[in-house]
Design a protein around this ligand. Structure first.
Ligand code: ACO
Length: 332
């Protein structure tokens, strides 16, 4: 757990972008053996957005970034670093962040992707916050952007009903800039569970071959029920411990921005904390699980809708492939 000292760090502005094509549960009923009722009851998801042909992760990242820069009042030339949390980069290299740097004309900025399952953007926010608090960076653009629809097996009902495409972005700066001040964060991983969510094919361990294609290794594979159990076991005590270290009770957090994977997971954590449902920011019903974009999209919607008032605390928490997880606390 890290409490921020030094210059501190703050979220100065947020943005998001979604592609144009909506896919409903009814559409999925026509594609795989599933039902709207099963998807809604087991996940809470009703629709998700899918990138049209030719739309890249960088395109969504750019649209979300431009909105976040506008809302923050920061020019691209004033960025020191661009970090993009993504598990569906256009290409393994170059990084999405590098292409984004070029498109934005962020001429003084370094650029790197952070690939850490759905927790990537939360990891990136924490790294940005640490760098800003130390004085190493002044303005950092953090993006979560995914076009996972291109990496999903649309004949596999275990995964295709869950994911959606989208991007969220935040511009971060020193605490003196106002906005949502980062009070602290905690990052964790349990790499012994690396086989729960995977995309195996086409790289070092399993170079692309007819065998990897036949084995479906070029698609996302997930042991959904094991992920569900892992998260329900690990996340509630982790968040409890984090808040205790921050010297706060759950009641003092006004808005809970959880990774938008499954309403049942979010509901379970809230119940364990004894909190009402309306404390959670929820948009998974509309967007599905947008992986590393999810918490940044949810934060943007909460802030831009006026839901977050001055003084409110916002707890962001995510989990994903690795397994990785983490939490980050903001005060507006
Ligand atoms: N429609 C209908 N039936 C289905 C579907 C579907 N889309 N998918 C699975 N089923 C069936 C299964 O085959 C199984 O049938 P069986 O009992 O005959 O074998 C039954 O439904 C129950 O399956 P479970 O996997 O036990 O269902 P569960 O209640 O666990 O819900 C789910 C599945 C929604 C995937 C849940 O486990 C979950 O949300 N897990 C967490 C996933 C997650 O959060 N991933 C995020 C990380 S992603 C990342 O980092 C990139």
């Amino acid at each position: 757990m890290s409490k921020l000292g030094g210059f501190g760090a703050t979220v100065m502005g947020t943005g998001m972008a979604i592609p144009g094509r909506v896919v409903t549960n009814q559409d999925l009923e026509r594609m795989v053996d599933t039902s709207d009722q099963w998807i809604v009851e087991r996940t809470g998801i009703r629709t998700r957005y899918v990138a049209e042909e030719g739309v890249l992760t960088t395109d969504l990242a750019e649209a979300a970034s431009r909105e976040a820069l506008r809302n923050a009042g920061v020019a691209p030339e004033d960025l020191d670093l661009i970090l993009v949390g993504t598990n569906s980069p256009d290409t393994l290299f170059p990084a999405v962040a590098a292409k984004l740097q070029g498109r934005l004309g962020a001429v003084r900025a370094g650029a790197a992707d952070v690939q850490s399952g759905c927790t990537g953007s939360l990891y990136a926010m924490a790294m940005a916050a640490g760098g800003i608090a130390s004085g190493a960076f002044r303005h950092v653009l953090v993006v979560g952007a995914e076009v996972l629809s291109r990496m999903i097996d649309w004949t596999d009902r275990n995964t295709c009903v869950l994911f959606g495409d989208g991007a969220g972005a935040v511009v971060m700066g020193p605490a003196s800039c106002g906005g949502g001040r980062v009070e602290g964060f905690s990052l964790r991983a349990d790499g012994t569970k690396h086989d729960l969510i995977t995309f195996m094919g086409g790289l070092v361990e399993h170079p692309a071959s007819e065998e990897t294609l036949a084995a479906g290794m070029h698609h996302v594979k997930m042991k959904g029920n094991d992920v569900f159990k892992f998260v329900n076991r690990e996340i509630p005590p982790f968040i409890d411990g984090f808040l205790e270290e921050m010297g706060l009770s759950p009641e003092e957090v006004a808005h809970w921005v959880f990774h938008q994977a499954n309403w049942r997971i979010i509901d379970g954590v809230l119940k364990r904390m004894g909190l009402p449902e309306d404390r959670a920011v929820v948009n998974l019903d509309r967007y599905g699980n947008t992986s590393s974009a999810s918490i940044l999209m949810a934060l943007h919607e909460a802030v831009s809708s006026g839901r977050v008032s001055k003084g409110d605390r916002v707890l962001m928490s995510s989990f994903g492939a690795g397994m990785t997880y983490g939490a980050l606390l903001l005060q507006y």
